[in-house]
Design a protein around this ligand. Structure first.
Ligand code: MN
Ligand code: MN
Length: 470
């Protein structure tokens, strides 16, 4: 090989798509894995549903609640925070004081919440006031069949789980848009993103009045009657509720070749699901493996179930308190500094319809493997974690050594926009942190797209990280 051939071989743009690199067997595995993931996405649409489902999957594989720590020889545990945030742990040969290998993703997804006093009547329809959650484009959500998922807690503590609008026989809910014939002035002159205000998103949920002259709000009362019969609730119960509007229906294969999966919630269930599946398959790692599913990432990782909560510290302290005599705070802080983290979140793949927002030399492509991102943020990279070159090198090495398909990626052109992840909050503990997850198209829309190959690659990448990072 000439010296030029050697250099050419290492050119970044010579990376091949996973579809080209892998034969029938790998493809078959990827499709089988993705089919299960697709079913998961069809069934799981809120953070609570996500956590509940993963706990079931974990228990089936022998994971025990962390309260049973100390059970002889057992190494696989889980703990749940507020039903919306989950941690899975496989204890390593080394103590947690030597550091852990952590993959952290999030299970909340941009969606639309109901207000506390939601129901009203207008023009003989019953409507629902809403307040969106996370970075949505409001125009995506009108004229879609929507389902209602969530929980209502009554004053006496009774908990009512709600899933409405997924079954064929249940009426879906929807935001009715104005017809094009009459929208010239009220929408046509507006900029795309201001076409709808938050207060315009009033959801239609009823149109049949009760037949009683004395009743004032006949349609709203009819809706409340139905809800009372089905769930035993009254209007005041909406105050102590977490109810989310999400797209109704299933995740779907996309394309004549079915190379993609289109669904609500890839961001970030794709990382949560693949990293949980990866930790399920980890046996006796050298360092303790930790899989963290955070809530509230889409609004800044706030709140007690978000990445900024003390939950992760309590969990690691609890394990170290069991493992180490004389456990103290300094030990915890040193353990954090010795730990390695993949902040596993999605990236923006080059979209053929909107190429201009990407720098093609640094943009990820669907089907080219997991995306390693040194820094996120916006402008001069404000709001970012900036991974150390040393840690980047380690991650490159273990993935190359274990034949994991990976690529680099930044979130769009400089000054085009930007975004953040949970990375910077874990970096505050002085952990080694880098962002790594698959690229999507149509991110933050009700129908996000991911590559079947990347879904499987993420599982392999996270498993390799749990097993080989040191
Ligand atoms: Mn995300
Ligand atoms: Mn997001």
């Amino acid at each position: 090989m000439t010296k030029y051939e050697k250099l050419e071989k290492e050119l970044l743009n010579e990376k091949k798509s996973s579809w080209i690199k892998h034969d029938g067997e790998v493809r078959k595995k990827a499709f089988r894995f993705s089919e299960e993931y697709r079913n998961f996405l069809s069934a799981v649409k809120t953070e609570r549903e996500n956590v509940r489902e993963v706990v079931k999957m974990a228990e089936k594989r022998g994971f025990l609640p962390l309260s049973q720590l100390g059970k002889k020889g057992h190494r696989k545990f889980y703990d749940v925070n507020q039903e919306k945030n989950l941690v899975l742990i496989v204890l390593g040969e080394k103590s947690v004081k030597d550091g852990v290998n952590l993959v952290a993703s999030h299970v909340d997804v941009p969606h639309i919440d109901l207000k506390m006093n939601p129901l009203y009547e207008d023009e003989e329809y019953c409507l629902v006031k809403t307040h969106y959650y996370g970075g949505i484009k409001k125009y995506h959500w009108v004229n879609l069949p929507l389902a209602l998922h969530g929980i209502i807690v009554k004053k006496d503590g009774t908990r009512i789980n709600i899933v409405w609008g997924e079954k064929e026989e249940e009426g879906v809910l929807t935001f009715p848009d104005v017809l094009p014939h009459l929208s010239r002035k009220i929408q046509g002159d507006k900029k795309l993103l201001s076409g709808f205000s938050g207060e315009d998103l009033n959801m239609l949920c009823g149109s049949i009045p009760v037949d009683d002259e004395k009743v004032k709000n006949k349609i709203k009362i009819h809706v409340l009657e139905i809800l009372h019969e089905k769930y035993g609730i009254t209007e005041a119960d909406f105050i102590s509720a977490e109810l989310q509007l999400v797209p109704a229906g299933s995740a779907r294969w996309v394309g004549f070749d079915k190379g993609l999966i289109g669904a609500f919630g890839h961001d970030d269930r794709i990382c949560g699901y693949t990293s949980s599946m990866a930790i399920f398959d980890v046996e006796d790692p050298e360092y303790t493996a930790v899989n963290f599913l955070a809530d509230k990432e889409e609004i800044g990782s706030e709140g007690r179930s978000g990445m900024q909560s003390w939950f992760i510290l309590r969990v690691l302290s609890e394990i170290m308190d069991y493992q180490e005599k004389g456990f103290n705070d300094l030990m915890l802080r040193k353990a954090m500094e010795r730990s390695n983290v993949l902040s596993s979140d999605v990236g923006a793949g080059i979209n053929p319809n909107f190429k201009s927002v990407h720098d093609p030399l640094n943009a990820p492509r669907l089907g080219y493997g997991i995306v390693l991102t040194k820094y996120t943020g916006s402008g001069g990279k404000g709001g970012s974690n900036d991974a150390d070159a040393e840690f980047m090198a380690k991650v490159r090495r273990i993935w190359d050594d274990n034949n994991v398909d990976w690529q680099i990626g930044t979130l769009g052109k400089v000054d085009e926009g930007g975004g953040g992840t949970v990375a910077k909050f874990l970096a505050e503990y002085n952990m080694n942190v880098v962002d790594a997850g698959p690229a999507l198209l149509s991110m933050h829309s009700p129908f996000e797209l991911a590559s079947v190959m990347d879904i499987y690659t993420c599982y392999e990448a996270y498993k390799t990280f749990f097993e080989k990072m040191n």
